[in-house]
Write a protein that binds this ligand. Structure first.
Ligand code: SAH
Length: 354
């Protein structure tokens, strides 16, 4: 069975033509899929014979809502979805004055192992398909009734560790016959995979690249993020400079503030120095508490911010949205799994008990 929603616009036309159909049927089907229909029968302008022929060859992905939480504080909505094979992922809808933004997952679990992150616990189960990433945008919009104008790839998973599917997803969601979300309205966050950053630079996309930096020195960063042992701070910053030179796009650097770990004055100075050759903007993130971790949120966020600003660094502190509903990545899935008594990857029906 072909996963029809994961086909690019061109692949879909080719697929349809191979069935002896005219090319315009490809466009019709693409438009139906990207409006969120869940069955071929809903594609009412297709001949019945074609729908029947497709029935035997394709399936249309559609995640089920396992759980939905709405923040009383700010209206942030969090979805826990069950995919066709039983695995669960999370999507968060955030409401801003400039429009609604959806934070999507790119993998089931994550193999990057960052020590402060809930998504890393339990490792990676599998990559998400392009269709499964699109579904998160599509069905969050449909279920919530809120039009979505922005996407951040900052949910569960490492997008550059699922490179080809993520690129295909970006082209699908950006397509004028589909959701038509502009690349300038999309951010992709990475823990810092150097080869992935270099590949992405070649694509010349107008999206915003976010780098999860979290520490300006190798000693601290290697403790927080195992990837730093392969691609260290120097290699990462060199890739960021190449990215900026190639694309002209400023980079956003994420920095989760952890008490006594990465929040000293010396580290602020080091960070400012690091960013001199790689223009961008620093986003300080108050650490979200993760039950399994001993890290605590920093008490020096304002001082750290001030020290960076004094050295000419553009810096903001991320607003905490949805903190009453476990809205940071991986936490809801984690809790669902804990409740079920199942470790990630060991059971295909890890979310059934909710
Ligand atoms: N794998 C990608 C994208 C997913 S994580 C990446 O690493 O960038 C999205 C962001 O949330 C990353 O910057 C990540 O480091 C950060 N993050 C993870 N756990 C966190 C926590 N407990 N508190 C604050 N930020 C966290």
């Amino acid at each position: 069975m072909t996963d029809i929603k994961s086909l690019s616009r061109e692949e879909l036309t080719q697929f349809i033509q191979e069935l002896g159909q005219p090319a315009f049927r490809g466009k019709q089907i693409f438009q139906w899929l990207h409006r969120g229909v869940t069955s071929l029968d809903e594609m009412t302008d297709l001949p019945k014979a074609l729908r029947e022929a497709l029935q035997e060859k394709v399936f249309i992905s559609a995640p089920q809502v396992v759980r939905k939480q709405v923040s009383q504080q700010d209206g942030t909505m969090k979805y826990l979805w069950r995919l066709a094979d039983g695995h669960c992922i999370e999507t968060v809808l955030m409401k801003y004055r400039h429009g609604n933004s959806v934070c999507i997952s790119s993998q089931v679990g994550c193999r990057m192992g960052c020590t402060f992150c809930a998504s890393a616990l339990g490792g990676k189960v599998r990559d998400l398909t392009p269709g499964e990433m699109l579904d998160q945008v599509l069905f969050t919009q449909i279920d919530s009734g809120e039009p979505i104008s922005n996407i951040v790839l900052m949910g569960i998973g490492e997008p550059l560790d699922n490179y080809d599917n993520v690129m295909k997803f970006l082209k699908l969601v950006n397509h004028p016959e589909g959701m038509d979300i502009g690349m300038r309205h999309i951010s992709l966050s990475t823990c810092g995979l150097v080869t992935g950053i270099d590949r992405l630079a070649e694509e010349q996309l107008q999206l915003t690249l976010s780098i999860s930096l979290h520490a300006p020195d190798d000693e601290t960063r290697s403790k927080l993020m195992p990837i730093n042992r392969a691609d260290n701070v120097e290699a990462l910053m060199a890739a960021c400079r190449r990215y900026f030179q190639k694309t002209g796009r400023r980079i956003s650097y994420e920095y989760a503030m952890i008490d006594g770990v990465n929040d000293t004055a010396e580290q602020a100075d080091l960070l400012a120095k690091l960013l001199r050759g790689a223009p961008g903007h620093v986003n300080l993130i108050p650490l979200n508490h993760v039950d399994e971790s001993s890290f605590a949120p920093s008490r020096r966020v304002a001082a750290f911010q001030k020290r960076l600003e004094k050295q000419g660094v553009a810096v903001t502190v991320r607003r905490r949205l949805g903190s009453d509903i476990d809205a940071s990545c991986g936490q809801l899935r984690r809790k669902a799994m804990a409740k079920d008594g199942v470790a990630a990857g060991q059971d295909r029906r890890e979310c059934d008990a909710i």
